[in-house]
Ligand binder design. Structure first.
Ligand code: NAD
Ligand code: TYD
Length: 365
């Protein structure tokens, strides 16, 4: 008998490609992977699946209703997992329009198509069907130093255009459940790190700059706190939510691992010193640059619901995950070069050029 399919959107990006890989490793579900291949999506993230007959890659937009309808019709998925999004806060500050287009309008178009499809299913298929929307803790805004971590009941207070666009999408997903009965699940996860993360995000950027002896640009005082989770732990959590979560519910996923940005950069410097003693001490490369406007001070997730309802907790410690991540980047220079080609240099100039020329990441260390 043929395997049931899942439709994964944004599966050529960082988390999506890790998710698709782990689903195909188990080989219980076929994957139809719909991705627009923006600056963040790369087929290089999926090279090991190139010959996998259970992985069908389609280059396209979640906002293209004709395409999405055709894919639903052809592959009859038992679930949809929606990773597709514009995802980088700094890009949302410099150009918010694309965030509204994909994260809000695109997600809504996808929901409309999925609702039509779900209504066409027979009752046993419709009962088992799930739409999992992958979202972020950034919808909850910023915590004070003494505040308890975000729960599923925390108020939405998004501060960046990225967070606001994800919040809008979350509300639409919820509305499609409340109004039309679509069996949705929403997850709000903290900061991920690990293999295949785009080189412009904090941890890969610092690894790449550190190896190259370039400055390590820390926004503002660097005391902002994030709650870090290894990407495979996130993927495992999503599998549990998809298979055992209750329709209509939201689940917060986090690493119980609060670190300041400066802690992270210093820890990376320590690891770089070990790997490249000639460049030590890498802390000499740390440069404080102009802060991000509206920069959230602290995120932290209370993941008790995940633990109590689904028995999930993170398995990879931060120390082990960070060391593994650094090793992965060191062993994959070809991947870094391929996904950084062209547009990445322009991005570095756009984002860092105006902050403080002496401290821009391209400047000599
Ligand atoms: P990413 O930017 O690496 O990947 C996003 C993918 O979506 C890319 O492959 C891109 O090509 C694709 N895409 C963009 N617009 C599209 C469109 N209109 N149609 C189809 N595909 C499109 O992002 P990521 O870090 O892998 O995040 C994936 C999801 O998880 C996002 O929804 C993000 O909001 C959420 N999330 C990310 C984190 C994190 O720390 N990275 C944490 C919590 C939640
Ligand atoms: P980022 O990886 O962009 O994730 P997010 O903003 O979604 O949390 O950034 C993580 C943190 O690192 C955030 O507080 C901003 C900070 N940061 C820097 O200090 N310097 C940088 O060059 C980058 C990219 C991020």
């Amino acid at each position: 008998m043929q395997q049931p399919n899942w439709l994964v959107t944004g599966g050529a990006g960082f988390i999506g490609s890790n998710f698709v890989r782990s689903v195909r490793r188990e080989a219980r579900f076929g994957v139809v992977n719909l991705d627009k291949l923006t600056y963040a999506g790369h087929l290089e993230n999926l090279t090991d699946l190139a010959d996998d007959p259970g992985h069908h890659f389609v280059c396209g937009d979640i906002g293209d209703a004709t395409l999405v309808d055709a894919l639903l019709d052809e592959y009859r998925p038992a679930a949809i997992v929606n990773f597709a999004a514009e995802s980088h806060v700094d890009r949302s500050i410099l150009g918010p329009q694309e965030f509204i287009q994909t994260n809000v309008v695109g997600t809504h178009t996808l929901l409309q198509c999925v609702l039509r499809y779900w209504k066409s299913l027979d009752s046993s298929q419709a009962d088992g069907f799930r739409f999992l929307h992958v979202s972020t803790d950034e919808v909850y805004g910023s915590l004070g130093p003494q505040d308890p971590p975000f729960t599923e009941n925390s108020q939405y207070r998004p501060n960046s255009p990225y967070a606001a666009s994800k919040a809008a999408a979350d509300h639409l997903v919820r509305a499609y459940h409340e109004t039309f009965g679509l069996p949705v699940l929403t997850t709000n996860c903290s900061n991920n790190y690990g293999p295949y993360q785009h080189p412009e995000k904090l941890i890969p950027l610092m690894i790449g700059n550190g190896w190259a002896g370039r400055l390590l640009p820390v926004y503002g005082d660097g005391r902002q706190i994030r709650d870090w989770l290894y990407v495979q732990d996130h993927c495992d959590a999503l599998r549990l939510v998809l298979e055992r979560g209750r329709a209509g519910e939201t689940y917060n996923i986090g690493g119980d691992c609060e670190r300041t940005n400066l802690d992270i950069v210093q820890e990376l410097c320590r690891l770089l010193d070990q790997a490249d003693p000639a460049g030590a001490p890498h802390t000499r490369l740390i440069a404080h640059v102009a802060d991000r406007p509206g920069h959230d001070r602290r995120y932290a997730i209370d993941a008790c619901k995940m633990q109590q309802e689904l028995g999930w907790k993170p398995r990879v410690s931060f120390d082990a995950g960070l060391a593994a991540t650094l090793r992965w980047y060191a062993e994959h220079p070809g991947w870094v070069a391929a996904v950084s080609a062209g547009a990445h240099e322009r991005w570095l100039e756009t984002n860092y050029g105006g902050r403080d020329p002496a401290a821009a990441p391209g400047a000599a260390g």
